[in-house]
Design a protein around this ligand. Structure first.
Ligand SMILES: [Zn+2]
Length: 178
């Protein structure tokens, strides 16, 4: 099982703003940092119902690309289109695919940070782009929406493709600050 679940409640101890518990390893520290960045990027989306942010990070912990959900460059951003769900779904580019398409380099070996779990279509693109690890927030409630089946198909594909998945649970609404 190539899947890791991190509960930030397991790491409550803070000293001088830093996490000092020995289990709060370096990988988790960087995972939280980049996931917070993905959350920030999600706020750039104009979609009034769901904002998603994605950050693609190279093996040396530098950033290759970012993306958020929105309509293609140069097309209408009219709020009426966002309000028309079937039309929105046809036109929108999800955060993950936007991040892949905005990258200027091959993404083999990179990690993708996403503020929500990825849908099946994005998962297929993430796998094909050669991304080897995905870190996302656990999204309470999101898994029971219209996206439920799509998320499960995505998780199944990650498993089959050998992509490592890390799901991070927040403390309440906030990540542990650094
Ligand atoms: Zn998607």
């Amino acid at each position: 099982m190539n899947r890791k679940v991190v509960y930030l409640e397991d790491f409550p101890e803070k000293i001088d703003g830093a996490i000092r518990t020995k289990d709060y390893d370096r990988e988790t520290k960087w995972d939280v940092r980049f996931l917070k960045l993905a959350e920030q990027v999600s706020s750039w989306s104009k979609d009034p119902s769901t904002q998603v942010g994605a950050v693609i990070v190279r093996a040396d912990l530098t950033i290759a690309s970012v993306g958020f959900n929105g309509f293609p460059r140069g097309t209408s951003d009219d709020p009426d289109i966002y309000a028309n769900r079937p039309l929105k779904y046809e036109r929108v580019v999800h955060a993950e695919l936007n991040a892949i398409l905005s990258a200027k380099e091959p993404l083999h070996g990179c990690t993708m940070y996403i503020s929500l779990p990825s849908c099946a279509r994005c998962t297929a693109c993430i796998i094909q782009a050669g991304i080897v690890r995905v870190v996302h927030y656990h999204a309470d409630g999101f898994g029971s929406t219209d996206w439920k089946d799509s998320l499960q198909i995505g998780q199944d594909m990650y498993q089959e493709a050998g992509v490592a998945v890390c799901e991070i649970h927040q403390i309440g609404d906030h990540l542990v600050p650094f």
